[in-house]
Ligand binder design. Structure first.
Ligand code: NFS
Length: 665
């Protein structure tokens, strides 16, 4: 593990942190050191839902004895706190998804002329999931029906559930049905979560947390999955693509514009127009060779996956990026944007531009995005960056490290690469797991965090897991952590993967860590898990698979929503850091033991990286035992099953509902 005395485990980032200290500039790392978390709030024992408090439920026997002024017990308070985090996280992803749906509708209605439907095949596949007729129909009519069907998933008031629940394996759906956690609509579950957690409403921890899971499922199989699919329809389904990562992506002789935040609409338009003649001419007139776009956080993942736009990294890199002195403008929309960047930018020449009607930051210039005038606004923003280029000062850390990477692994591509257009399937992966070549799969995701040597736990787990023949799928700032460390390359398999995983990676030609996209693209992992269940030979539901989710440096409420939708879908999840409900034994028991019993998933919090690794491998090996697979032994593989008899196939087909998954589904 990384040395505890460093701020970032990423060398380039650490160089800039050192530079910031020598130049008396404050960063999140300094603030994290100065501002220790309140131990009562940190563990979920503080209740702030009314103004008789805040009540602190503390003491040596708080679980049994502590009460708020209203009489609320600690498990109630801790559970309410978690449910509110889930609601906030769900709201964030889903509001983003709503923007995507509204844009698709505007395109269908001819009101957003600068956007178009790029991936018609994906539109048809989505229409197929939704039982919308598409053959022989006008594309825009299909798109309109898709968009209006999805809009109903946000606000459905009549009977029914979120459409995409039907994409999960049948057995997984049956568990949801049995325990009453099928979400009706996204907004409704979020509103109900806020209602139930208001003073004097729902007080039973298990009952509260059950609704938390229902809300989280609305996020995963609703907001996130809808957002992924519409983004693919509008801008293309990702395929493997080369890009670069770290601070060396900024160019000395070009205008550098960072796109930072989450919603890809404006970023897509900036990428589309950046090489237009008038833009290039204008840049030259100000002494620059052109305009270079770089990404940050999840917007980076979106533009990297589809266009190979380089990334400057994840959450804790945003201030450091400005400190290179090379950023002429940073265009931000919503989520994970530190307000600190405007104050910091005054020490440099960087122009911070806020663009969402939902988000302003004191000190930033506001240029509001409107999908009906996308191109015009994109050009305005690029010109602002160009105008600022001559103001670039000499100072800045000017760190130039960068690494190549390969991103762009959509679930469609992962299926395709295992057999081509006609025979794409998850058979080879399932077989490799059955034979013990691949021990299991880990989703390594979530934020990077200044409270630990930032990106260090991601790097530790990434290298250890692949050494143990575990295939990694990564998203969000987890991908950025791996990308800026140089881990997202096929060579990584040769140098660091265990013998079985290396063989598989070489045979298919993939890195051992697959970059699947932004945090909303965690929905791609749900689709992959469903496809693996449908393929047969492993578990016939998501639960019971040799698969684990890990968010080792999480900080956002969105991560909690994601962790909970994986748990409810049947995946054991391990988060790093202190538990935000660690004060309550009862809540902790429900999230681990009770959820495991009901859904075959769980949500653990474990600050020790070595223990996270140990737990993940144990979950994987226990799942292998449960499925009666060959015991995992490094370098020793079972017989690869090449062909299945028809009888075998029929047997599997009985359990598996193939039509709900991936390509051709
Ligand atoms: Ni995910 Fe993306 Fe990063 Fe964390 Fe924030 S950018 S949505 S929340 S910090 S991974």
């Amino acid at each position: 593990m990384a040395d505890k005395n460093i701020k970032s485990a990423n060398e380039a980032a650490e160089k800039i942190v050192e530079w910031s200290v020598s130049h008396n500039l404050e960063t999140c790392f300094d603030r994290a050191e100065k501002l220790k978390p309140c131990p009562i709030g940190e563990t979920g024992a503080c209740c702030r839902v009314c103004h008789m408090g805040p009540c602190r439920l503390v003491g040596s026997n708080a679980e049994e004895e502590a009460r708020g002024v209203c009489g609320a017990h600690l498990p109630t308070v801790a559970a309410r706190n978690l449910v509110r985090m889930i609601a906030a996280g769900t709201a964030a992803h889903s509001d983003h998804a709503r923007g995507m749906v509204q844009t698709l509708l505007a395109v269908a209605n001819g009101e957003a002329e600068d956007f178009k439907i790029t991936d018609v095949k994906k539109l048809y596949r989505v229409a197929g999931y939704l039982d919308i007729e598409f053959e022989g129909r006008d594309i825009k009519d299909v798109a309109r029906d898709v968009a209006t069907t999805f809009l109903n998933d946000f606000g459905r008031q009549e009977k029914g559930f979120i459409n995409y629940l039907s994409r999960a394996p049948k057995k997984t759906q049956e568990r949801w049905e049995k325990w009453g956690i099928k979400p009706r609509s996204i907004d409704r579950e979020v509103v109900e979560a806020m209602h139930r957690t208001a003073v004097g409403v729902d007080h039973e921890a298990d009952h509260l947390l059950t609704h938390g899971l229902r809300t989280a499922l609305a996020d995963g199989w609703g907001g996130c999955m809808i957002s992924t699919d519409i983004t693919d329809i509008l801008f293309g389904t990702p395929k493997p693509i080369k890009a670069e990562a770290s601070f060396g992506i900024f160019k000395e002789d070009e205008v550098n514009l960072i796109v930072h935040g989450h919603e890809p609409l404006l970023a897509e338009m900036l990428v589309a127009v950046v090489n237009d003649d008038d833009i290039v001419e204008y840049a030259k007139s100000k002494g620059a060779k052109g305009v270079n776009i770089g990404g940050m956080c999840c917007t980076a993942n979106e533009t990297l996956m589809r266009h190979g736009i380089p990334t400057a990294g994840g959450f804790t890199n945003q201030e450091l990026g400005i400190m290179t002195g090379l950023v002429d403008a940073i265009s931000v929309d919503v989520q994970c944007i530190m307000p600190a960047i405007t104050e910091l930018s005054t020490k440099f020449h960087t122009q911070v531009i806020t663009t969402s009607e939902k988000a302003k930051i004191p000190g930033a210039v506001h240029v509001e995005f409107d999908e009906h005038k996308a191109k015009e606004i994109a050009k305005k923003i690029i010109k602002m960056a160009i105008d600022n280029f001559p103001n670039r000062k000499a100072e800045g850390s000017h760190v130039t490290d960068k690494y190549p990477l390969i991103g762009g692994f959509s679930h469609e591509y992962i299926e395709y690469m295992q057999g081509g257009s006609w025979r794409g399937s998850f058979r080879p992966l399932n077989d490799a797991i059955m034979a013990g070549r691949v021990r299991g799969v880990v989703g390594l995701a979530g934020c990077d965090n200044p409270r630990v040597p930032s990106t260090g736990i991601h790097k530790f787990l990434a290298t250890e897991l692949i050494k143990n023949d575990v295939l990694i799928v990564s998203t969000g700032c987890g991908s950025a952590a791996c990308g800026t460390a140089g881990y997202l390359t096929p060579e990584m398999a040769l140098e660091n993967a265990g013998p079985g995983l290396r063989e598989v990676c070489e045979a298919i030609g993939i890195p051992p860590i697959l970059h699947l996209g932004a945090c909303v693209d965690n929905s791609r992992i749900l689709t992959i898990a469903s496809a693996m269940a449908a393929e047969g030979g492993l578990s016939d539901e998501i639960g019971g698979m040799p698969a684990v989710g890990i968010a080792p440096e999480w900080m956002s409420e969105k991560a909690i929503a994601i962790g909970c939708y994986f748990a409810a879908s049947g995946v054991p999840v391990i988060f790093g850091g202190e538990s935000p409900v660690g004060s309550s034994k009862e809540v902790t028991r429900i999230m681990t033991e009770v959820w495991m019993e009901r859904f075959m998933g769980a949500l653990h919090f474990e600050p020790d990286p070595e223990k996270i690794l140990e737990m993940a491998l144990k979950y994987i090996d226990d799942a292998r035992d449960g499925l009666k697979l060959k015991k995992y032994e490094p370098g020793k593989f079972g017989a690869e099953r090449v062909l299945m008899s028809m009888a075998d196939r029929r047997q599997l087909d009985k359990h598996a509902a193939k039509p709900h998954t991936g390509v051709g589904g």
